[in-house]
Design a binder for this molecule. Sequence first.
Ligand SMILES: *[C@@H]1O[C@H](CO)[C@@H](O)[C@H](O)[C@H]1NC(C)=O
Ligand SMILES: *[C@@H]1O[C@H](CO)[C@@H](O)[C@H](O)[C@H]1NC(C)=O
Length: 445
Amino acid sequence: MIPSVLLLAILPWYVLGVVVPWLDNDPFVEANLHATKLGFGLPPVLSPGEITDETRTLPHEGHIPHYVIDNCPLVHLYSEETYWPADVSEFIRHFNIQTGNKSIVKDAPLELQDLSAGFSPTVQDPDYFVPSENTFLTALDDFGKDPKWLLGHRPDYSTGRIKNAPAILIVVDKGNGWVDAYWFYFYSFNLGAFIMGYGPWGNHVGDWEHSLVRFYQGKPQYLWMSAHGGGQAYIFDAVEKKTRVQYAGAKESSRILERPLIFSARGTHANYASVGQHAHDVPFFFSALSDFTDRGPLWDPSLNYLGYTYNGSVVTPASGPEEKLGVDWLYFLGRWGDKQLNWKDPRQKWCPVQWRFIDGPRGPLAKHLERTGLCQRHKWWNFWGGCPARRSIKRGQGLDAEHNDLVGDNCGILLYRIRPKWLRSLARLVMWRGIACFTMDYFTG
Ligand SMILES: *[C@@H]1O[C@H](CO)[C@@H](O)[C@H](O)[C@H]1NC(C)=O
Ligand SMILES: *[C@@H]1O[C@H](CO)[C@@H](O)[C@H](O)[C@H]1NC(C)=O
């Protein structure tokens, strides 16, 4: 039953998607070109492999420009969150490292420094090497019972600093004046979504989320934020800002900064630009899987972070606490949480689209940091592979959503411009809020 509903939903979507890009003179396509080429006239963004001494932006690896810190996004965590940000160094103590078939390649207790690109588990056979890609950090405790280390740490109420959970910052030179700042947010556990009141589905141990602020000559141009392996890009100016005193260490300074705001969803920690209910993963009107964001505790990752630069192959630490930790742990490309539970495990359950417990995620270096586009990758339904930056905030729905004239809605600014209101409502109805809206939204947002 579900597959046929999905097919019905996908069919017109594919037809639209194939037809629309053909319409070269179509206004939506024009809008799209405008959106992706706001930086029109600026030199191209380069991937690290293409950068030469002439096109470098940063003076040297390990250098973190002050503008990256000044424009660090502030994160509103969900008010009733259970799984708060966590410290990778503390997290790792509760794991050993196993292969997919459960043979241990490195036993507990682990330190962050024990992670690396691969492992030689036996002394007798030094040639037996297990690449980290094939391994899983595997919890020593039953994570189904919410051990204390799974819960993470709340931000300090007055400063927004989380003393016990550093964010991870990775700065990548993109040449010609461009610089990417990737802020990684680590949580020990991802509590998945509910589908029509049942769930949660898609839980996993270890949760890496991130945002990207892209700068041109020290000025922030774009902000992209991750959500469920996908994400959304915005023109930097479109994102909500919060006026905030700059801190020097833990002390307030006299400088006032305008910082971008993002919202971390309850349980899944997917990032959004607005509060309310957000349908996720499937761009259809069938929006049974939802995320929720609100203006819960504010986290300022710039007050506690580990900073690095990355040139596409080598990670260099900034000069600070990160030097002591070394960089090997970042080359660990295994899973930051247990392998998907066996179906025989009493904790495991299945519903037609998802398991209750799935594999943990891979870490920062697996997130395509050498990208020249803004998106980490494209979902299967985004077959034309574009990643335009929105010029208006995508609004959440439901009771928590805030309504004001600054935000667009699911149909982007196209429907937003239709007057009178009843005509707009009619148009929205006709377009099913999903397929047509999403397609147009893609070209006009
Ligand atoms: C990155 O830096 C390392 C060490 O300095 C160098 O060997 C390597 O070629 C660099 N890679 C790129 C893509 O620039
Ligand atoms: C587990 O997999 C490794 C290779 O990843 C292999 O060498 C080992 O023999 C396997 N162990 C078992 C018990 O199957």
